[in-house]
Design a protein around this ligand. Sequence first.
Ligand code: PLP
Length: 367
Amino acid sequence: MVYIEKFGHGGDLLTARQLFGKDSAQLLDFSANINPLGPPPRVMELIKEQLESIVHYPDPAHRVLKQKLAEKHSVSPEQILIGNGAAECIALTILGLQPETVGVIYPCFSEYEQLARAFGACIKPLFGREENDFKPDRSEILQLIANTDLVFVGHPNNPTGVTYSKEELVEMAGQAEKTNTYLIIDEAFIDFLPIETQIMLLKDLKRWKQVILVRSMTKFYAIPGLRLGYMVANPNLILKLQAKQVNWSVNQMALLAGEAVLDEKVYEEATITLIQGQRSYVKLAIEEKLGWKVFPGQANFLLVRIKADITAAELQWRMGHKGILIRSCAMYPGLSDQDFRIAIRTEEENQCLIQALIEVSKEGKPS
Ligand SMILES: Cc1ncc(COP(=O)(O)O)c(C=O)c1O
């Protein structure tokens, strides 16, 4: 049974509106993991101010944003590729590198498998261990890297929130170099982690010729409708990937927004503080008030296993009628039909979520 994920993802408000007979303002969306603070106000002002610039083509070389990102990460602009969301970056890794075999660590973001298959690659699966909160063994990951042309690693991984230590990442990168495998580390959600735990390979990237870091700007800066992401890698790799990118795939408004958000330090800190505090609150409330299992992920979302006689799809259906959208995880290989994912939002919104979950759990099994 699939409701709001009929196109494979959460955050599909049109489908939700049609299913639940509500308009967007009546829906509280916990099914997509977007910063609940909304975009920094400067982004909205800038877009209004600059609307007339849509009569021109955007800069095909993305020079200003590349330079700003290079400064932020202390890398050279030649190490950066800007994309139409992290999703375009992921597609470009497969298009540009043409792997015959792609290693996928389940449960994970469905686009890794979908794009790999769409471009003709064969999938080699590895399943995270449930008893280890879906983190695979180190040796299994190293083996996967040795046996494939390209491997995707989510850090933090969606929907489990699994992260890796710097030591583990360095070991994976070393293995990728040794076995000539491309290692794509998807850091779409890393900005939500406390700064000191945003362990990254960034500083050493020039040295790793097989490693690509993928970043999203749509989630942390709440601009998924604008679409913006980037990759950081060795300059030769970037050239290879750039050759496959459609010109002007990143629009002018997205570029302007990206340039503006990089100065938003107060907003960044406020977001991290909010998410860290609220994640603990939501986790504890679900465990104590509902007795359900919450996996200890690190990101701005939580994976939950229902311990009651109701499936995630049924829960989603009933919550949807209350105007609250959650993401059923039944379709993720490796997860069960009692697993769902929720984004962490503001205190007030999270309280509404908990209240609604309690109400639904008391209603019992649907007839
Ligand atoms: C793990 C992961 N990577 C990448 C993306 C794509 O993000 P973007 O909106 O930047 O294309 C998503 C979107 O949900 C995601 O969950």
